[in-house]
Design a protein around this ligand. Structure first.
Ligand code: 13P
Length: 250
């Protein structure tokens, strides 16, 4: 089965109305690559203007609350981001797992709520440096996948992203063998959890992906795209990654 590649940006707590000009080049590159999917997650305040500026580009949220509404000061719901124009949301990013102490069970609830509100979901898993050093990377990734994935997860709406915490924003990436090994482990775990549907589910790599390493990473077996932080902030860095995926999908 061939899975369409997905190149997704994650702007994190970066960007501004002025920075949305970067979306023009990104949207043009996406339109020129009909064989792949391109998406950009932006801060909640930028979802509506980003969607207005690039209506044909999939704009997403970086997180949503697990509840539909209620007394959760400072949080944003799936319905709210959907109404603002988001097509998808990230859940379980390691920065939320660490900074906000989100558990895999929280992530499981967030993914299910997002889906119920019509959002596609990019669900992140990944080990810390300490866990990798202790030889526990495979165990952590299997456990996070098992505990975070909603019961009715399907490749139509859910994508898994493997993001080793120690590779995020550090300029360090795992070796190609290490990436391929973890992606195979995630594929096997998905197979165990959802059976044949596992072959339809995309698994992205994230962590210091950039124009120089994208082609090599994206060519690996079971790597169905990339989740890109720093290099997604400007069209000049993000577009070459889109083009690398396009070339592999031609
Ligand atoms: P960097 O690409 O900046 O390492 O960030 C990766 C990431 O966390 C994307 O969600």
């Amino acid at each position: 089965m061939t899975r369409r590649k997905l190149i997704a940006g994650n702007w994190k707590m970066n960007g501004s109305l002025a920075a949305l000009a970067e979306l023009d080049g990104i949207a043009a590159a996406a339109a020129a690559a009909p064989g792949i999917d391109v998406a950009v997650a932006v801060p909640a305040t930028l979802i509506a203007p980003a969607h207005a500026r690039a209506p044909n580009l999939a704009i997403g949220a970086e997180d949503v609350h697990q509840d539909d509404d209620g007394a959760h000061t400072g949080c944003v719901s799936a319905g709210m981001v959907r109404e603002a124009g988001a097509a998808f949301t990230i859940v379980g990013h390691s920065e939320r797992r660490s900074d906000q102490h989100e558990t895999s069970h929280d992530v499981y609830l967030k993914a299910a709520t997002a889906h119920r509100h019509g959002l596609k979901v990019i669900l992140c898993v990944g080990e810390t440096q300490q866990e990798r050093d202790a030889g526990r990377a495979a165990h952590i990734v299997r456990a996070q996948t098992e505990e975070s994935l909603p019961d009715d997860a399907h490749g139509d709406w859910l994508t898994v992203a493997y993001e080793p915490c120690w590779a995020i924003g550090t300029g360090r990436t795992p070796t190609m063998d290490e990436i391929a090994a973890i992606h195979a482990i995630i594929r096997a775990k998905l197979q165990q959890m959802i059976g044949d549907g596992a072959s339809d589910m995309r698994i992205l790599y994230g962590g210091s992906a950039n124009p120089a390493n994208a082609a090599e990473i994206l060519a690996l077996e079971n790597v169905d795209g990339a989740l890109v932080g720093g290099a997604s902030l400007t069209a000049d860095k993000f577009v070459p990654i889109i083009q690398a995926a396009k070339a592999l999908s031609a």
